[in-house]
Design a binder for this molecule. Structure first.
Ligand SMILES: [Zn+2]
Length: 485
């Protein structure tokens, strides 16, 4: 048995949801007819001058603060030079030695405990275009420059991650925060969240520690792919160690692409060194000064992050972790829940109605919670009507449907439609008597020991009262009547 530990660091690229691109006024949006959202700046035509998008800088600060980073008081852009068909300028505007944010961390849950992953840096850069290789026999490739110049954040972690599962929860944690801050849609399939992972093994043998060559794994387009790719890499590196005993000294860093169809990673090239990029300060952009006041303002606008909110919802309202996770996924949804539940003695029930019934309604209508104008207090009143024995859970669903249709108060609906539960013993006795007299065969069946006849009679009572009979009282009366006879 080889004794080893897994060491992973992640580089995550997040596309920002700014209205325009990073350095020009072209619209920043996914897709579209190829090469329609381009201009001399993002096409890198000679003489065109870039202008920094202020929203990109503010989003970067926001993300950095949410990830507990320090914010540089002065930052600058640099050119990263490389040649690729989807990069018409021949360089990418990025940040090299002075990233806008640095030295942060993200706490993640791993096997029931909290682990801290340090964040080395967070910087701004522009995306490249997209090569499109036709999948026919023509052998032709095209380039779409619409994506060229899209603002990106690159978030680089320290190698603090110790398993593929932890890597997934780290990236999920980043995604949750970006979505909460509303600075990216984090759609992995469309490439607005992309993760590369650097992975190797530290192998203990004879009192020494050997490091296997670091593999940078690319093309992981989903969390599932990420988990599979990294597990594959662990096994591959173990096998390579057993067979060849290659170490980091022999190979340094290599790049491997993940193939979703085979579940394997494939050697792409040996990794470029930083010196290959010939970084130098971008001469067309001045350094950016970031005033303390702006940082303070942005910090205040962030508010409670999803993980903290989740913990608070659980302790304050006693709801389940699963419910807290759903509710904290959106600021508007958790605010809705809190307005409905505040001060109510059984917030769990309200959580349940918000998630199941209201969630189902929003889904079926295809609208978001922000677009829903049903007052939160109506959900609470509805739950109060059930808890107070005024209506049954089943009737409550009808009231809810009516409530969403007409946007009216549940108490008023119950009153107007005469839906309140019948709890009056005398009234129920009359109903039960009628049902018993009208169904002599079922009564006889029951007395002959057939239990299902009792259910049938209860059904009849509910039918006569249109579901309004209090089931507990009605059942007692029916039992008494059948046994008395
Ligand atoms: Zn442009």
């Amino acid at each position: 048995m080889v004794k080893y530990s897994v060491v992973i660091g992640c580089e995550v690229h997040v596309q920002l949801l700014t209205k325009t691109k990073a350095f020009c006024s072209c619209e920043n949006r996914f897709g579209g007819i190829p090469n329609t959202r381009v201009c001399p700046v993002c096409l890198g035509l000679p003489g065109a001058l870039p202008v920094v998008n202020r929203a990109m800088v503010e989003y970067a600060i926001k993300a950095g603060l949410a990830l507990n980073c320090k914010v540089a008081s002065v930052t600058k852009f640099d050119r990263k030079n490389y040649m690729y068909p989807d990069l018409p300028k021949g360089y990418q505007i990025s940040q090299y030695d002075i990233p806008i944010c640095y030295e942060g961390y993200l706490d993640i849950e791993s096997d029931g405990s909290t682990r801290r992953v340090r964040i080395r840096r967070l910087h701004m850069e522009e995306d490249a275009g997209k090569n499109i290789h036709l999948e026919d026999d023509s052998g032709l490739s095209y380039v779409d420059f619409n994506r060229c110049g899209t603002p990106l954040l690159e978030i680089v972690s320290e190698p603090d991650i110790t398993s593929p599962e932890e890597a997934v929860s780290y990236v999920q944690g980043l995604k949750e925060i970006m979505l909460y801050l509303e600075i990216s849609d984090c759609n992995m399939e469309e490439g607005s969240l992309r993760c590369d992972a650097n992975i190797n093994l530290h192998i203990e043998e004879g009192g020494e520690v050997f490091e296997t060559p670091i593999a940078e794994v690319k093309n992981m387009n989903s969390f599932k792919a990420m988990k599979n790719a990294l597990h594959y890499e662990v096994e591959r590196q173990l096998k390579e160690w057993r067979e060849h005993r290659y170490t980091l000294k022999d190979f340094g860093k290599i790049t491997r692409g993940y193939d979703d169809r085979t579940g394997k990673t494939i050697l792409q090239r040996s990794k470029e060194e930083e010196s290959d990029y010939r970084y130098f300060p971008e001469p067309d952009l001045k350094p950016i000064l970031i005033p303390e006041e702006l940082i303070r303002e942005i910090r205040q606008s962030i508010g409670e992050l999803p993980r903290e909110k989740r913990k608070r919802l659980i302790s304050e309202y006693g709801i389940t972790e699963k419910d807290a996770k759903i509710l904290s996924s959106s600021v508007a949804l958790s605010a809705y829940f809190e307005r409905a539940a505040k001060g109510y003695r059984e917030p769990r029930k309200i959580a349940n109605w918000v998630i199941t019934e209201l969630g189902g309604f929003l889904n079926s209508e295809g609208i978001s919670i922000e677009e829903c104008n049903l007052p939160p207090v109506y959900i609470r009143k509805l739950v109060e009507l059930i808890d107070g024995g005024k209506i049954s859970g089943k009737i409550a669903k009808d009231v809810f449907a009516e409530m969403t249709r007409t946007n009216s108060n549940p108490e008023e609906i119950v009153r107007r439609k005469g839906l309140s539960q019948i709890t009056d013993r005398e009234e129920l006795q009359r109903v039960v008597k009628g049902v018993v007299e009208g169904n002599p065969k079922s009564v006889a069946d029951f007395k002959g020991g057939k239990d299902h006849a009792f259910k049938f009679l209860m059904g009849q009572i509910m039918k006569v009262t249109r579901g309004r009979a209090n089931p507990r009282i009605a059942r007692d009366i029916l039992k008494e009547m059948l046994e008395d006879d």
